[in-house]
Design a protein around this ligand. Structure first.
Ligand code: CA
Length: 721
């Protein structure tokens, strides 16, 4: 009720403001020089700072505070039922799409798989230009979680994109031509970039990913005009624990180095700590607050046997925006052992959580580890932290916010079935915050994992290096019932979290675990997609479902909204995305939608249609004879789990993003299979050679396992196609 009253009164005020603004524009047009008016994408820090996420969507999280809360109210609890498709644009990919569109001066800038950038007319979807950074597809094997990209930054007439191969590029916003291009990583190492850059005061900020494979993380600021490096903040020390000559040196000398031992796999694997998603500018304190990822390898016993906290893994870190000088940090998961990244959405807000209920500027995060944190934004002081999902790795937090661990969670040879698992209680899907209701909307999930020490762990040059055994608990041959059981253990929900009362206000249970990013609006709505294509609007105050539309593809990315010529648009990019998108075949089975990358934009009264996906049907029959005894198939299951699962899916069931090996013609022939896995015949497609750590005999055992899984599944799929 209060939300409704709120948007209704704002609607009236907004209408009068729109009239005034229109008059104001006409006046300015006469007095300002033409060149000023024609400047393309003239975005600066002041424009982003003073904008609400309203008529435009100027930065990844909507505003610098990254609340993903729009002031627009034309689409509201009363009118949302009339929301229909305004236009769609085909991104021409079936790989993961995670992009939040940026909208500036009526132009939408959006990214797709392989870091392609598109400029579209935001009102009509008409294509203005497309930029393809022409990435070597062999880079795909370095991407833990598909070759995704979450979006661009726009500033001073330029569009900035982080490219999956480690480049940061500045494009002319009007033409898409490259203004400058910088390589931000050592490309001989398994670095990738999937995150959206952020821009502040002439600097563009970018991190990277790769901590599953083995890299050393950092955040870098580049000059927006020249592309020159301004500062770099490493998140873990170098192996010698000596100065890098970078701004992070002092922090490691003061507090970081002592949290690392002198030996362990971190010395060769880089230690991890990649800054792959959340980078927030706090304009009140003129600082950058960023989230740091998991350790390389995951298992601390291998990474750093000395058992330290390993700063700044799984931490929220604040640095001075101009210089990168360390200001504070809060480590969510000391001595990370589980891929518990703290890279998830960081939201800044003013909350009445001070002494006597006074307002305090806070930073909020719901990282993978399952606790919702509220920190003082200026000092990093821990204000509160509470579990927002069931968990069995910690009993709670102590008065400093340090987890009280359950001993068994530091897994050994015996598998420990744990919640949250490495996909986290919350992953990359953007969280949102409604400052009128003081509610955070968390795309939460329960995806358990059997963690066990990988007794054969040894760093490999290709593929994942976690020190955790992905073969633990996997049955040698899994009939369809196993997939069904696993599916039943997965849960997803949208939680409206009250950070003041420190509890859920309302919860919407989803029928799939991996849901989507969230948009909050002053119209009293919360928008969220799901991987099964259901894009819905909920009442922000109650969680009642008020509207939904079938996207005919996954809806995982963060939706956005904007206003052009008095009409409010709501937009979302479709496609699957991330680790679960690659590996979730078993979780969706026959209900899996085809994965089609599109931009789908809605408006009130929209009557457009989303075209049906046009994909060739897969012939779900084995293409070769089953072979091998139980021992060979069991051996193949182990090699498959360790080398193939993360891309081709657990139990050899693919999500459809990458080939399902059970139905592949290549699996039917020993020579063809070896040609791909050992000889690298499909390296140009991203399937590089595994010759360095699989023998031809081991590869043949994988083929035996894949075919066994194919025949085990045939009864369920027989009579299909
Ligand atoms: Ca990770």
């Amino acid at each position: 009720e209060t939300a409704m009253a709120n948007w209704q009164s704002t609607l009236i005020a907004g209408a009068s403001f729109a009239i005034l603004a229109a008059c104001g524009q006409a006046k300015t047009a006469d007095t300002e020089p033409a060149a000023e008016l024609e400047a393309f994408a003239a975005v600066d820090t002041n424009r982003i700072s003073t904008a609400s996420a309203g008529d435009e969507w100027l930065t990844y999280g909507g505003t610098y505070d990254e609340q993903r809360h729009s002031s627009l109210i034309e689409v509201n609890t009363e009118t949302v039922s009339d929301l229909g498709v305004a236009w769609t644009y085909d991104l021409a990919t079936n790989r993961g799409v995670e992009s939040t569109p940026i909208v500036v001066d009526g132009v939408m800038y959006v990214t797709s798989a392989w870091s392609l950038v598109y400029a579209l007319d935001a009102k009509t979807g008409e294509e203005l230009w497309v930029y393809d950074p022409d990435v070597d597809r062999a880079v795909g094997v370095k991407a833990c979680c598909d070759v995704v990209n979450r979006g661009v930054a726009v500033y001073d007439g330029k569009v900035f994109v982080g490219v999956i191969d480690g480049r940061l590029e500045a494009l002319d916003a009007e033409t898409g031509e490259v203004v400058w291009s910088k390589i931000t990583v050592d490309q001989s190492k398994p670095y990738t970039i999937t995150g959206a850059p952020r821009v502040v005061n002439g600097k563009v900020l970018i991190g990277n990913g790769g901590a599953e494979l083995g890299v050393r993380g950092y955040l870098t600021a580049y000059d927006t005009t020249t592309g020159d490096k301004v500062w770099r903040f490493y998140t873990v020390p170098n192996p010698e624990k000596q100065p890098d000559g970078e701004i992070s040196d002092a922090a490691f000398e003061d507090i970081g180095n002592v949290t690392w031992g002198d030996e362990g796999a971190w010395v060769t694997d880089g230690g991890g700590g990649t800054v792959w998603d959340s980078i927030v500018y706090d304009d009140v304190n003129d600082q950058i607050i960023f989230g740091v990822g998991n350790g390389s390898p995951w298992n601390r016993e291998f990474r750093d046997p000395s058992g330290g906290d390993n700063l700044f893994l799984s931490s929220i870190v604040a640095v001075d925006a101009a210089t990168g000088t360390y200001k504070w940090h809060f480590q969510t998961t000391p001595g990370d052992n589980w891929d518990y990244t703290a890279t998830q959405t960081i939201i800044l807000a003013d909350l009445p959580v001070g002494e006597d209920g006074e307002s305090r500027r806070v930073a909020m995060q719901a990282p993978k580890n399952g606790f919702f944190y509220v920190l003082d934004a200026e000092t990093g002081a821990f204000l509160s932290g509470d579990a927002f999902v069931p968990m069995n790795w910690a009993e709670g937090l102590d008065e400093n916010g340090r987890p009280i661990e359950i001993a068994d969670a530091r897994y050994g040879a015996v598998p420990y079935e744990q919640l949250p698992g490495p996909l986290g209680a919350h992953n990359w899907h953007p969280m949102a915050f409604n400052p009128d209701l003081n509610l955070a909307y968390i795309p939460a999930q329960e995806i358990p994992q059997s963690y066990a020490r990988d007794s054969r762990f040894e760093t490999q040059p290709v593929g994942w290096n976690t020190g955790a055994d992905f073969a633990a608990g996997v049955p040698p041959i899994a009939p369809p019932e196993v997939a069904k059981f696993l599916r039943s253990t997965l849960k997803g929900r949208l939680i409206a979290w009250d950070p003041i009362a420190r509890e859920a206000r309302w919860t919407v249970e989803h029928d799939n675990a991996w849901n989507g990013g969230v948009l909050s609006t002053a119209g009293g709505l919360v928008f969220q997609g799901k991987l099964n294509g259901d894009f819905a609007a909920y009442d922000a105050a109650t969680g009642d479902k008020l509207w939904s539309h079938d996207l005919k593809s996954g809806g995982a990315s963060g939706p956005g909204t904007f206003m052009i010529e008095g009409e409010q648009y709501v937009t979302i990019t479709t496609g699957w995305g991330s680790a679960f998108g690659l590996s979730a075949g078993f979780a969706y089975d026959e209900t899996v939608p085809s994965t089609v990358g599109k931009v789908v934009t809605f408006k009130l009264g929209g009557t457009g249609e989303i075209a049906d996906p046009d994909f060739p049907m897969i012939d779900k029959t084995p293409k070769g004879e089953a072979f091998g005894d139980e021992a060979l198939i069991a051996e193949g299951a182990v090699h498959y789990a360790r080398n193939c699962t993360v891309c081709h899916g657990p139990l050899a069931v693919s999500s459809g993003v990458l080939p399902d090996l059970r139905w592949s013609a290549i699996s039917g022939h020993a020579e063809s299979f070896k040609g791909v896995v050992i000889d690298g015949n499909l390296a140009a497609n991203g399937m590089v050679s595994f010759a360095d750590h699989l023998t031809p005999e081991e590869v043949e055992s994988i083929r035996a396992y894949v075919l066994a899984q194919a025949y085990a599944a045939v009864p369920a799929d027989a009579g299909g196609n």
